[in-house]
Design a protein around this ligand. Structure first.
Ligand code: F6R
Length: 611
């Protein structure tokens, strides 16, 4: 999710890569750096925490001339946003400089081996470990691309690298395994970037580097090999997007882009957290003894993160039989909460800066309650102040209406529940089965995105709705709350959301002819009951859109419209997958209404730092 830029050619390479990073600023980042060769025998690296302007200031007005440079804007994952952790990183001999996106899952093992052999590291990053691994191979005297190929065989994870060497100063080498890399082809100059907008001012001829490919890029051209060093055909594409569209990856809004990023987010969120034996590995959480002693969990959050918390309560109580409460942060601090000394307070926050959650966290700390953060932004206040933090690794979320952060929060909650079950050796929990479902989840997110056309068609019919109901039972009773929030935030259509069985105790009075009711029906054990609720709505003239799993036909005949999500053996994940049709529905109703403000709905802000 970080920004990558690289250039070799006759222009001032430093100015080019700096400009390219500027064009990737919309992705969000917390530090930036550059490495270049300007005729001298050593590579120079300049890097700074903070905005790109900090790097600009460090480079000064009198930018040296350079023919080759690589640059990176970082969004912290391993280690906080500091000068030391910013990329590029040197290998141990300072022969090569490397920038990297993604996560090296086995970096801790690789680092431990190298430390034993006497290597020293200057940062907490997995990237510096990758630089050392490549450096070790390169020291044996092979060409840089071969060293990269050999090093890749030692690393696990999702990554994209760009690296160059002072010993072969006319080329850089790029490699990809899951994280995107695009090569820009110029006339007597060539470049690389993590996203198309960085390239557009320089060229519209590009090559999308594929997984397990290594590219050698010089002023004269590009050659690409597989991991065995066999040449592969270079397929060139022409880009005709305008620059604004390109920032959004061709999507009209960041919200839609982020909805589509969710399969990748699932992969990133799981990366490094499930080992080969199928065990959940969470670094930086409490000792086994602590987990055995925890008698209650209090989840504290706002908005979408609160809804992830509701999903967490469902999971913790069903899977772990661990009493769990969920609080709105803004209520928690003034409620004089009853907190047992052995309870755990879990703070969920995308931004890590939401003031209500931060204040609630400080209250827990005053009361000496153990705190755990589930946070997206590394280095944020909540991440820093919690006793322990698990990062959601969802990448920067730009749309105000949260989508991919919610999915990542729910996945971290499942990882956490499985981790606790593992530590406590709970006989009733099939950790292996659940882990398998998590491993298969990213393709299911890809599959569920295929409902887009169907949902778009349905959405157009409801652009003039005056009210929408969101109803469900069990896990769906929580999932539909987030669905309703998404819908009201960007369509400005009021919603009524409640457990489906609760309708007849009041809200049913609001149903009239044509009223839309969205039913979450992924929880198979309560489907029959839900069918009665569907009929209650229809008997009063309402329209029932049912979202269920693809192994279920029981509601086909009664639903006015039906959408199916891929089935897993885990009801929690089934309800999580239903988030995609709900998000798409909200998006396309808002689009049908004009869609001007989708990324920044009226009256709302991305990070709420006022009470
Ligand atoms: C809704 C949304 C908000 C946030 C809430 C908490 O789409 O994004 O409801 O979830 O403001 O923000 P964080 O997670 O940053 O604490």
């Amino acid at each position: 999710m970080c920004g990558i830029a690289g250039y070799v050619g006759p222009r001032n390479a430093i100015e080019v890569v700096y400009d390219q990073l500027k064009r990737l600023e919309y992705r969000g980042y917390d530090s930036a750096g550059i490495a270049f060769l300007n005729g001298a025998a050593t590579i120079k690296i300049v890097k700074k925490a903070g905005k790109l302007t900090e790097l600009g200031k460090a480079l000064g007005d009198d930018v040296p001339d350079a023919h080759i440079a690589i640059a990176h804007s970082r969004w912290a994952t391993h280690g906080g946003p500091t000068d030391e952790n910013a990329h590029p990183h040197f290998d141990q001999f300072e022969d090569i400089a490397l920038i990297h996106n993604g996560i090296i899952e086995n970096y801790a093992e690789l680092k431990a081996d190298m430390v034993r052999e006497g290597a020293t590291f200057h940062s907490e990053t997995d990237t510096e470990v990758a630089a050392h691994v490549i450096g070790q191979e390169y020291a044996a005297g092979m060409p840089l691309e071969e060293a990269v190929r050999r090093a890749i065989r030692k690393m696990r994870g999702a990554f994209a690298f760009v690296v160059f060497s002072k010993k072969e100063p006319k080329k850089f080498v790029a490699a990809r395994n899951f994280s995107p890399l695009i090569i820009g082809l110029g006339d007597g100059e060539n470049m690389v970037a993590s996203d198309v907008p960085a390239l557009l001012p320089y060229t519209r001829e590009v090559v999308y580097l594929e997984d397990d490919r290594v590219a050698t890029i010089t002023t004269d051209g590009v050659t690409i090999t597989d991991l065995d060093g066999k040449a592969v055909v270079v397929v060139q594409h022409h880009i005709d997007w305008d620059i604004a569209a390109a920032e959004k990856g061709g999507y009209e809004h960041f919200m839609l882009k982020e909805i589509h990023e969710q399969p990748e987010v699932v992969r990133m969120c799981l990366a490094g957290r499930i080992d080969e034996a199928g065990k959940v590995r969470l670094e930086q959480v409490f000792s086994d003894q602590v987990w055995h002693g925890i008698d209650r969990v209090n989840i504290i959050a706002c908005g979408t993160a609160y809804h992830a918390g509701l999903m967490g309560k469902y999971l913790f109580e069903k899977m772990l039989r661990l009493p769990t409460d969920v609080f709105f942060s803004s209520e928690f601090r003034y409620s004089d909460p009853l907190l047992s000394p052995d309870s755990l307070a879990v703070f969920i926050s995308q931004s890590g800066e939401t003031i209500d959650s931060l204040a609630a966290l400080r209250l827990c700390k005053q009361r000496r309650i153990r705190t755990l953060g589930i946070v997206n932004v590394v280095g944020s206040a909540i991440a820093r102040e919690c006793d322990r933090t698990i990062f959601t690794q969802a990448g920067p979320e730009i749309s105000v209406a949260s989508t991919k952060a919610y999915t990542a929060q729910c996945i971290v909650l499942e990882l956490l529940a499985l981790y606790i079950a593992q530590v406590k050796e709970m006989p009733g929990v099939r950790v292996d089965e659940n882990v398998l479902e998590l491993r298969n989840l990213a393709p299911k997110f890809e599959q569920v995105l295929l409902v887009e056309d169907q949902v778009r068609e349905l959405a157009v019919k409801f652009q003039d709705a005056k009210l929408a109901f969101f109803l469900g039972r069990n896990a769906d009773a929580h999932a539909i709350r987030e669905a309703a929030l998404k819908f009201k935030e960007i369509t400005y259509i009021p919603t009524e959301e409640c457990p489906a069985g609760e309708m007849k105790h009041g809200p049913l009075a609001l149903v009239e002819k044509g009223t839309l009711a969205v039913f979450g029906a992924t929880s198979s054990d309560v489907r029959e009951k839900l069918a009665s609720n569907v009929r209650e709505i229809q008997a009063r003239g309402g329209f029932a859109w049912v979202v269920t799993t693809d192994d279920d036909n029981s509601l086909d005949a009664i639903a006015d419209a039906i959408t199916k999500v891929p089935t897993t053996s885990d009801p929690y994940l089934n309800a999580l997958l239903s988030a995609i049709p709900y998000q798409l529905f909200a998006y396309y109703v808002a689009m049908a209404k004009g869609g001007e403000e989708i990324d920044q709905p009226r009256n709302l802000a991305k990070s709420v730092t006022v009470e």
